[in-house]
Design a protein around this ligand. Structure first.
Ligand code: UDP
Ligand code: MG
Length: 152
């Protein structure tokens, strides 16, 4: 049984600065996740704080907000069968030094803070994050290969 979900992704400032946005986006695309929203923006401090509110009391919160607002990022909305888990699996563990090879963080990073990409951790988090970053309408479209990619 399919469970179509939306997930919110950030190609973080380090991915943009390192010229890895195309490479990372390609991994999500070729997996079969559909892009339904994408923008290149510089995050405001308010959006960054709201996005990472669950970490507000952590010692790294200040540096995390500085990092996310320091330089442009790519904000993405992806849709697909179990998109939340699929994207998190592609992304890999938080610390790039420990993330499995083959994952985005495992292949491109050696840091726990500058770890290239964010992905929602649940459908509920995705809905909360989308309200912050994509209050505007998302684009509904049908990829021509859809029936060839999805399904049990
Ligand atoms: N982070 C950090 N130091 C830490 C843990 C996390 O700077 O010790 C940053 C890192 O960029 C991470 C983000 O805070 O992606 C959110 O942390 P979380 O534990 O939710 O990791 P994620 O869900 O992104 O894997
Ligand atoms: Mg998290």
């Amino acid at each position: 049984m399919s469970s179509i979900q939306r997930t919110f992704i950030i190609l973080k400032p380090d991915a943009v600065q390192r010229g890895l946005t195309g490479e990372i986006l390609a991994r999500f695309e070729r997996k079969g996740l559909k892009i339904i929203g994408m923008k290149f923006i510089k995050a405001t401090e308010a959006a960054a704080k709201q996005h990472y509110q669950e970490h507000a009391a952590k010692p790294f919160f200040g540096s995390l907000v500085s990092f996310i607002t320091s330089s442009p990022l790519v904000a993405l909305v992806l849709e697909g069968d179990e998109a939340v888990t699929v994207a998190r699996t592609l992304i890999g563990a938080t610390d790039g030094r420990k993330a499995a090879p083959g994952t985005i963080r495992g292949d491109f990073g050696c840091s726990k803070s500058n770890n290239l990409v964010h992905g929602s951790d649940s459908p509920e988090s995705a809905a909360r994050e989308l309200a912050i970053w994509f209050p505007d309408a998302l684009i509904d479209w049908t990829p021509c290969a859809q029936t060839w990619v999805a399904g049990d």
